[in-house]
Design a protein around this ligand. Structure first.
Ligand SMILES: C[S@@+](CC[C@H](N)C(=O)[O-])C[C@H]1O[C@@H](n2cnc3c(N)ncnc32)[C@H](O)[C@@H]1O
Length: 245
């Protein structure tokens, strides 16, 4: 597995410091301030480098240690994270099935449990063809694609046994329904990685624009032995838990 694959598409250019910012930084330095301006890094992807590294390390370990079950991604959009998952599976254990799920119609309705999120219904609309084209571009085998709302596809469309689940449905209702169907199918030792899980108590600087994600996890796991741990992911947010044995 090349590290390059984890970091590729990273748009280094857009995080370049402009001449104006450099002038301000020089001035701040001259005035004796130990601070400087830096434009936010933007990868052009839905995950940043740290999140792709988290994906790599957590998925590769369940495959390497032989945790039984297939790999699933709930909320695949154009397949940017799916492409990385496919590469990791192919490198460590190509016999594992890989299933992805998405409405391809964008997000469902936002509820009060999503707090003051700037996201809204229909956002992130895309198509299966875009995902397929991305996979073709990188010469990757397509995953099994389940098109539709999670409520409809998950009850009968999930594999019996899951070793790794990547939950990226953004909203309270989507994460809750994901957990309701994925958790009972997770093998002992399986890992569930949750995108956008921010815990301001653990890391106040965490990206926290989708508070419904943590609300759904806390609610679903309240009576379970597992709890979500926040995992550092640069300017974004990630949480994960491992199914107990
Ligand atoms: C942030 S995007 C996924 C990004 C992708 N994992 C990546 O990193 O490239 C979230 C996706 O979840 C899908 N989604 C959210 N809630 C859903 C639901 N209840 N049923 C089906 N799809 C849903 C949206 O259509 C959207 O494409």
């Amino acid at each position: 597995m090349q590290n390059f694959f984890i970091t590729q598409w990273f748009d280094w250019k857009s995080s370049k410091v402009s001449g104006r910012i450099e002038t301000v930084n020089t001035l701040l330095k001259k005035l004796g301030f130990w601070v400087y301006l830096q434009p936010p890094p933007y990868s052009g992807l839905m995950t940043n480098v740290e999140q792709r590294m988290n994906l790599y390390h957590l998925l590769s370990q369940v495959l390497f240690y032989g945790v039984p079950g297939e790999v699933v991604e709930l909320g695949c959009n154009q397949g940017q994270s799916s492409a990385l998952i496919r590469r990791i599976i192919d490198h460590f254990d190509p016999t594992r099935e890989f299933h992805v799920y998405d409405s391809f119609e964008g997000l469902p309705g936002v509820s009060s449990a999503d707090g003051a999120t700037p996201y809204s219904e229909g956002q992130l609309r895309t198509s299966k063809d875009v995902l397929a084209a991305n996979f073709e571009r990188y010469g990757l085998r397509l995953p099994v694609i389940h098109q539709g709302w999670f409520e409809d596809t998950l009850p009968t469309g999930l594999p019996e046994q899951i070793s790794f689940a990547y939950l990226d449905g953004d909203l309270y209702s989507s994460i809750l329904v994901s957990l309701q169907h994925v958790y009972p199918r997770m093998s002992p030792g399986a890992i569930c990685l949750i995108d956008d899980y921010a815990d301001p108590e653990v890391y106040p600087e965490a990206w926290n624009k989708l508070p419904g994600v943590k609300a759904a996890c806390d609610e679903y796991l309240a009576d379970k032995p597992e709890k979500v741990s926040f995992i550092y992911s640069g300017g974004m947010s990630h949480g994960f838990f491992r199914k107990q044995r």
